[in-house]
Structure formats: structure tokens, C-alpha cells
Design a binder for this molecule. Structure first.
Ligand code: CA
Length: 370
């Protein structure tokens, strides 16, 4: 039955003339095709066997929806607050032929919007080519801004000082830039969020129809069990803007959480990173960045790869288990406290690393592609 639906949707797509007037219909048909393919594949015992994780947790749609589209680059928008680990995650995404990065939007988080925007602009134009860059929200939806400059350095990227350059922002209004980009795509766009979810919540509040244009959100945010790193109860990105996270969760967006503990689980030694990047300009930049970076959670000489998991799960879904869950966000007495509870009927997913050695190698290779 689903095989028939796959073929019907595929045939309809082939017959539908290209053109903006058909964009909405194409998107609906493409969505129907993906959904039918997922159900179809999940009924095949061989697929089930090959995609079943070591924890006995079953294949799910989250890892295959993008995988099915690997024949063409995945359209994505990245929202980030660079940030040392953001810089590493962004470099992994830039230049990867699997991704079609439509926009990079800054957000206040690790440091103020002034510095996250400056860092996002320089990193993107220097290493990402022509990707448009927009300035996002300067402060959380309804709270005072906090930062993590004690970890990432006063300007967010350790002791690296951005050289003089002529790079220009493409937009001073990241939320509108995101909406325009989503509308122009004509197909669902994956969001990769590496900071607080202020921009995404603001986007959904201003343009509720944007939700239907977002394929899935890969988000580095939250902890599984109500523990934290900025407070005993809250992970940093969730703590910065709990109302934004709560709004995105409640909006019904399909979120793949890269939770806090994965950052430590996926940590890389600075020596390994610098050895791989020896002789490269980015390697030299990292050497300077690391002199001003200090994360006790990662351990001396290591970098906690929090944000990289959100990118790598998209690029290498086979290295992770995607586990269906529910999500709960505290916006009152313990702001930013989160609980992600495994639940086969849950609307969200959280990630666990399936292959740590494989992931470490993938991260290094993506940081410094041959
Ligand atoms: Ca970040």
C-alpha cells in the first residue's frame, strides 16, 4: 500500500511543472512521499534489522528522512551564538556537499549579540562562502540576557581576534530573513540551532505559517534529567531563554535534541584537533581560540563538542541512536530545567551516541576535509 503511495507521489512530482505557482503543491507531495517512504521502509524486516540500535530501540523516521534525501543537498538554516564549540560545529557544516546552507542567523547566548554576530559573520564568510548572514535577537523573549563568556572568552571565540575584513551582514533582521528564506525554499527546510531558541520562537510568533515550512529542528539544547551546567538544574541554552524553548516545544515543531551530556561524551582533545589541522589557517585560528577557552566540564586539554552533535547527527545519522521522547520545560521556579523522557509515542527525539570512535573521526574529518 505504502509502496503504491510512494510511486504515486513520485509520479505526481515528476508530472507537476516546475515553477513558483506549484511550490506549495510540490512541498506537500514531497512531504507525502517522504512519509510514505518512511512507513514503507519501516515495514521491511531487513531495514528494521539494519537500523535497529544496540539498545534495541527501533528505527525511526528522524534519521531516515534526511538520509533519503542524501542524493540532493539538504536545505538548512543555522541559528547560532558562536561560541567556541559553535565555531567548530559551523566549520563542520561549511563546505559539506550534503548541506545546502540557506542562511546563518546569530542569536545572543554565549556572548552578546554584538560578538555572536561578528563571529558568525567572519566564520561564515571566511569558511562558508556566499552563505547569507543575518543578525538575530539581542535578548531573550522576556528575561535579562546571561552569557558564558567565562567559558568562551570575552568575545566568544577565546583569544582569537578577528582581523580587519570587508564582510557585510546580509540582513539586520534575522527573523524576517529566516521567514523569507523558508518561503523561498518551496520545500521543508531543516533548522540546526546551536544556541537559545529566541529567534525560532520569535519567528513562529510572528509567522505561524513558518512551522509548516520547517522540516525538523536539530537543536543543541536541554538536558535529559533536570540537571544543568549553568545552574544545577539547567543547561545553558535552555536557561538563557526557557520561554523560547517552551514555545517551540509547544508549537509542535519536530525537534531532535542533542542534549547536554552529549557534549562531554563527544569531547575531543585539543591536541588531536590541532594535529589534524596543522598547517591550515583554521587550525592556526583554533590554536589561538583554545588559549582563551576554559570548560571544566570538558576537562583540561579537551573541548566539549556540544553543538557539533546537532550538525553531525544530520550528516552522520548512523553514528547516533534517535530515541523518541517527550519534552518538559520549566519556565517558573527552576527556569530552563528540562526533562526528556523516552516514550515511543513522544513527538520528539533525543540523541545518544552509537559509535564514539566513529563520531570522533567523523568530526575531525568534517573539521578538516581532505
Ligand atoms: Ca552554541
Amino acid at each position: 500500500m505504502y509502496g503504491i503511495l510512494c510511486r504515486a507521489a513520485s509520479a505526481a512530482l515528476d508530472l507537476l511543472p516546475e515553477g513558483k505557482e506549484n511550490a506549495a503543491v510540490r512541498r506537500l507531495l514531497q512531504e507525502a512521499l517522504w512519509e510514505a517512504e518512511e512507513v514503507y521502509l519501516s515495514t521491511l524486516p531487513l531495514c528494521l534489522l539494519s537500523l535497529t540500535g544496540p539498545r534495541g530501540l527501533c528505527y525511526d523516521g528522524a534519521k531516515t528522512k534526511e538520509a533519503r534525501r542524501m542524493d540532493k543537498p539538504i536545505p538548512i538554516i543555522i541559528d547560532a551564538d558562536p561560541g567556541v564549540d559553535d565555531a567548530l560545529a559551523l566549520k563542520m557544516a561549511f563546505g559539506c556537499p550534503k548541506l545546502d546552507i540557506r542562511l546563518l542567523c546569530s542569536v545572543a547566548g554565549n556572548v552578546s549579540i554584538r560578538f555572536t554576530t561578528a563571529n558568525a559573520l567572519f566564520l561564515t564568510k571566511k569558511y562558508g562562502g556566499d552563505i547569507p548572514v543575518a543578525r538575530g535577537s539581542a535578548s531573550p523573549l522576556s528575561r535579562q540576557a546571561v552569557d558564558a563568556s567565562s567559558v568562551h572568552g570575552e568575545r566568544g571565540i577565546g583569544n582569537y581576534v578577528i582581523p580587519e575584513h570587508d564582510y557585510k551582514l546580509d540582513s539586520e533582521d534575522g527573523i524576517e530573513a529566516m521567514y523569507v528564506s523558508l518561503k523561498a525554499a518551496g520545500e521543508p527546510v531543516t533548522l540546526v540551532t546551536l544556541g537559545p531558541l529566541t529567534n525560532i520562537a520569535a519567528l513562529l510568533a510572528a509567522h505561524p505559517d513558518a512551522l509548516g515550512m520547517i522540516g525538523r529542528i536539530y537543536a543543541m539544547i536541554a538536558s535529559m534529567d533536570g540537571t544543568g551546567n549553568i545552574t544545577p538544574y539547567a543547561e545553558f541554552n535552555a536557561y538563557c531563554d526557557p520561554e523560547a524553548l517552551d514555545a517551540v516545544v509547544r508549537a509542535g515543531a519536530e525537534i531532535v535534541f542533542a542534549p547536554m551530556h552529549l557534549g562531554r561524551d563527544a569531547r575531543l582533545s585539543q591536541a588531536d584537533i590541532l594535529a589534524r589541522g596543522a598547517g591550515s589557517e583554521f587550525g592556526a585560528m583554533l590554536e589561538r581560540i583554545f588559549t582563551g577557552y576554559r570548560d571544566d566540564a570538558a576537562g583540561e586539554g579537551y573541548v566539549a563538542m556540544y553543538d557539533a552533535n546537532a550538525v553531525e547527527a544530520l550528516l552522520h545519522p548512523e553514528l547516533y541512536d534517535f530515541i523518541r521522547c517527550t519534552a518538559e520545560v520549566n519556565v517558573t521556579d527552576r527556569p530552563g530545567q528540562t526533562f526528556l523522557r523516552p516514550d515511543g509515542a513522544g513527538r520528539f527525539f533525543y540523541l545518544e551516541i552509537r559509535d564514539r570512535a566513529g563520531l570522533a573521526e567523523a568530526m575531525l574529518s568534517d573539521l578538516f576535509p581532505a
